[in-house]
Design a protein around this ligand. Structure first.
Ligand code: PLP
Length: 489
């Protein structure tokens, strides 16, 4: 197992092609060996050539697997020294999440609700740059209408009465299957609760598990609606700063070691866009396992890595069963469907079912069944693949157009995740006033500063590219650039 040898990989074997693409099988074998401790941090992996020769596959196939592992933070490239298992990984002795412990005690009551002065107008077409909404022009309308009509028209006696508030069985089963394939999450339909988007899932989770005054770690900057919802639910929100590796777990431990929840966006930090690094993922899981804390994983943009395969969900590493995974159809389909889901741990399903049946009404049956068909007939996978391509193209076009139109007055910060990019503005710029001017001009950016609770993430604008066709990018960029402060002097 020492450096220079090829520990843990001697016995590596691949399944038949039907077991999945070869690079994915190699990735999975090495990832498991790292998590099992067979490949400790710092271990040197075989060279691409050597492993390719050993396995009888092309060198590029091994490289693809290594690149993927590097993207997730499991390995690091060290030039001539080869590829090492990330030396910064700290694995707990009994698996990635460690051992579950008793729940933390309740704490004092939290502050009152905050305002959100910049809500977009409800029920309006997407304004250029408005974040959080998918490409409306690329939504498969005809297909959706066919599926919706199929179920709206097929109302037998069983469909006319009250339904299981946890969700339609067909949709729960479709989501469980989808998560296994698309997000690496193994769960049963009984663990899936269909909700009114992420917002409905958070409501269900807090009603089921939050006690008044519980402390909740929340990313700073972070989604203001989640921050406000937690406060309204009676939590004491503890802002925890994020850096290039995502949520700073050490800081969370220093500020509120006994917090009962952490609400995080590991695949794509909202709003800054970085991924929660593997060392941080493991540290967060260790914290939850040790204290009995709950991690709510908000995977709102999880499907939208615009270059390379999607990054795995935190839930996939949750050996101790502390992660409640939440997905939403607001981004992969439409916000108007008001559909999302929470994956709940088996011991808690009865409690969630009770809360759902008494406090959180279920969603409209025909819509649920249409979405179930959308998934099981393969349309969702195809639609997401198409949107990834379209978003990559629109993001590229908008980033280039903005940089040209804004010049030195702003810096474009565009990552390969999610549905928006950031326009960073010089320190001291009033991004809220700028957003107001933009709204008057019919544009829909969101000010970055509004997402910060105290850590400060600088001035800037969140700008969605989803509804700006590449050929319109130049014109929209110029409209926005005309509003930037130095242009007005
Ligand atoms: C961080 C974050 N989480 C979740 C959501 C989705 O919320 P919902 O499913 O309620 O539409 C959004 C929407 O913009 C978001 O920004």
């Amino acid at each position: 197992m020492g450096q220079g040898s090829e520990p843990g990989l001697d016995g590596i074997t691949l399944g038949p092609r039907q077991a999945g693409p070869i690079y994915r099988q190699i990735h999975e074998r090495i990832r498991s060996a790292i998590l099992d401790g067979h490949l400790p941090p710092g271990t040197r992996l075989p060279s691409w050539n050597s492993l390719a020769g050993q396995l009888g596959v092309a060198r590029g196939t091994v490289k693809a697997a290594y690149d993927w592992l590097a993207g997730e933070g499991y390995v690091v490239g060290r030039g001539p020294a080869g590829t090492l298992v990330n030396p910064d990984l700290r694995l707990p002795p009994d698996g990635p999440g460690g051992r579950a412990a008793e729940a933390a005690p309740p704490d004092a009551a939290g502050p009152g609700p905050e305002g959100d002065p910049l809500d977009p107008p409800w029920a309006s077409p997407a304004r250029p740059f408005q974040p959080g909404v998918p490409a409306f022009d690329a939504f498969p309308r005809k297909l959706w209408c066919r599926l919706a009509a199929r179920h709206a028209g097929r109302l037998g006696p069983a469909e006319m009465g009250y339904q299981d508030p946890a969700g339609a069985p067909a949709l729960r089963a479709a989501i469980a299957n989808y998560l296994g394939v698309a997000r690496g999450i193994v769960c049963s339909p009984a663990q899936v609760f269909v909700t009114a988007g992420f917002a409905g899932a958070l409501d269900l989770v807090t009603r089921a598990l939050l006690r008044p005054g519980d402390q909740v770690w929340f990313e700073d900057p972070g989604y203001p609606r989640t921050r406000q919802a937690l406060t309204l639910a009676g939590a004491e929100v503890v802002p925890v700063p994020v850096d290039e590796e995502g949520l700073n777990v050490e800081e969370g431990l220093a500020r509120a070691p006994d917090a009962r929840f952490a609400v995080v966006t590991p695949s794509c930090q909202a709003p800054l866009g970085m991924m929660l690094s593997l060392p941080r993922r493991l540290a967060l899981l260790r914290w939850a396992a040790r204290t009995g804390g709950w991690i709510v994983e908000d995977d709102y943009y999880g499907e939208f890595r615009l270059a390379g395969p999607p990054l795995p969900a935190l839930k996939g590493l949750d050996a101790a069963g502390r992660v409640i995974y939440v997905g939403t159809f607001s981004k992969v389909l439409l916000p108007a469907l008001r559909l999302g889901y929470a994956v709940v741990l088996s011991p808690e399903t009865a409690r969630f079912a009770q809360v759902a049946s008494r406090l959180v009404p279920g969603q409209a049956l025909p819509v649920q069944k249409a979405v179930a068909d959308f998934i099981t007939e393969g349309h969702l996978g195809r639609h997401i693949r198409r949107m990834r391509g379209l978003y990559a193209e629109r993001r590229r076009a908008l980033a280039a157009a903005l940089q040209e139109a804004c010049g030195a007055r702003a810096r474009v910060d565009a990552r390969d995740m999610g549905m928006h990019l950031l326009l960073r503005l010089p320190p001291g710029t009033d991004d809220i006033a700028l957003t107001r001017r933009a709204a008057e001009a019919g544009l829909g950016p969101v000010p970055l500063s509004l997402w910060s609770a105290g850590a400060g993430c600088g001035a800037g604008l969140m700008l969605s590219f989803t509804n700006i066709p590449a050929e319109a990018a130049g014109e929209q960029a110029r409209r926005l650039a005309a509003l930037l402060p130095s242009h007005r002097r």
